[in-house]
Design a protein around this ligand. Structure first.
Ligand code: ATP
Ligand code: MG
Length: 412
């Protein structure tokens, strides 16, 4: 009848708001989860530090929530060693984050039948000098091509963007031949995609996936940053919500990105995924505001579930099982149902639901209470202070916290 502590580590960078809320809610939840052996599981949360490490040293954490792998290599390599040597459970899978860029995600999901817009890759416009192999390689093998013909084929407006994009870096909407040539000229050493535009779309949705949990938000890319995640409700039907959920679960299970967001555009009733390689998606209250409590609760549920059940890390992807479905002669919707089944099996969907119903049924109430406290408002203020000029701190704290208050009202 022992108390056993499961340790959840937070591997953080510039994150401020969600960890503060996560830590406070975990404290308020004061979880005691009984095991079948008669023990009681308790949960400790700690921020992971950066320091030299012995490749053979142990690891105190059961689960690490990782927000650093995509750019901070020391933490990424510590995580990789801890998975391999100490059975640490981490989301997201660091190898998958490192290896699979937007380009791979397009290819993989095209094969599964998703209506990704036609996309071409271009050799870079210029190269790092100094490689003696460069000239002979290009002289022998690089074919001259006429970019204008590709522009005509894909039709304008189209999009030029880096094959490994993120954060709207170097994304250009190209309206005509002249700007296509100029955009390529400007792309320099980057390897670029040219992608047909999903023009005149009538809905843009970001579906955030967190383990088996999903949440769709109507997104407005033309709005200022703090208004892009809109607070609109009922912007899609239940069937469309299900459809976007299935797309997201498929992508996330395929890549081992348990936490990811998937952007899709609706045109003529068809949902076109355009950007779904976001395995460290925005978690900041300054962009998510109204949706932020959903996200913090999703962090809590999935990390507690993984820590409590000692979930095993899936180190190797299971692409073949998805491709076997994709290669069958079936309508896409039927394939999507099969992908979803496979995804939920991988993500332990049923067991997760049972676990939440049994051990986290008070989370909604605890989180609702917490988001009404001065501590919650202070977490918002701290994030706003880090991002906004001094004279805007009060105004934006009120704006974002006001949207959390609106969420609290809507929950009642
Ligand atoms: N094929 C397309 N059709 C229509 N709009 C597009 C297309 N590709 C990109 N866009 C627009 O350009 C924006 C940025 O493109 P994309 O999402 O692919 O880049 P990103 O760098 O991953 O952006 P972020 O990280 O902000 O999501 C999209 O949010 C969308 O508004
Ligand atoms: Mg995007």
């Amino acid at each position: 009848m022992a108390e056993v502590t499961r340790n959840i580590g937070l591997s953080l960078g510039a994150d401020i708001c969600w960890p503060l809320c996560f830590e406070a809610i975990m404290k308020d939840l004061d979880l005691r989860v009984p095991t079948s052996d008669g023990d009681t599981l308790r949960f400790a949360v700690e921020r992971v530090t950066i320091e030299p490490f012995d490749l053979r040293q142990g690891c105190k954490y059961d689960v690490v929530i990782d927000r650093l792998t995509h750019w901070y290599h020391t933490s990424r390599e510590w995580i990789k060693k801890s998975i391999l040597m100490n059975d640490l459970y981490v989301f997201n899978n660091p190898w998958s984050v490192q290896a699979n860029e937007k380009h791979t995600s397009y290819c993989a999901m095209m094969r599964l039948g998703m209506p990704i817009p036609e996309t071409w890759m271009l050799p870079p416009k210029s190269y790092e000098p100094g490689n003696p192999d460069l000239r002979p390689t290009l002289t022998k093998y690089a074919k001259l091509f006429d970019l204008r013909r590709l522009g005509e084929k894909l039709e304008y407006p189209l999009f030029m963007k880096p094959y490994d994009g993120g954060g709207w870096r170097a994304v250009t909407k190209v309206d005509d031949e002249k700007s296509l040539l100029a955009a390529y000229e400007e792309s320099g050493k980057s390897v670029m995609h040219v992608q047909a535009g999903v023009n005149d779309f009538d809905r843009f949705v970001r579906c955030i996936g967190f383990g088996p949990q999903t949440h769709c938000v109507l997104y407005d890319p033309a709005a200022p940053l703090h208004d892009r995640y809109t607070t609109q409700k009922d912007f899609i039907s239940k069937a469309e919500d299900d459809h976007l959920r299935k797309l997201t679960l498929t992508i996330n299970a395929f890549f081992g990105w348990e936490f990811n967001s998937c952007e899709s555009l609706r045109k003529n009733g068809v949902w076109h995924p355009i950007d779904f390689a976001n395995p460290c998606p925005d978690s900041q209250v300054t962009s998510l505001h109204y949706h932020f409590p959903w996200l913090v609760k999703a962090y809590v549920r999935w990390s507690v579930f993984c820590a409590a059940t000692k979930r095993k890390m899936r180190m190797n992807p299971d692409w073949a099982s998805f491709n076997a479905i994709g290669d069958r002669d079936l309508p896409f919707e039927e394939k999507l149902d099969l992908y979803e089944k496979l995804a939920l099996r991988q993500m332990d969907g049923e067991r997760f639901e049972e676990f939440c119903a049994k051990h986290l049924s008070h989370l909604d109430e605890v989180a609702w209470e917490f988001f009404g406290t001065a501590a919650a408002k202070d977490a918002v203020r701290q994030k706003v202070t880090a991002l906004f000029p001094v004279h805007e701190i009060d105004r934006f704290t009120e704006l974002f916290y006001g949207r959390i208050e609106a969420w609290r009202r809507d929950q009642r």
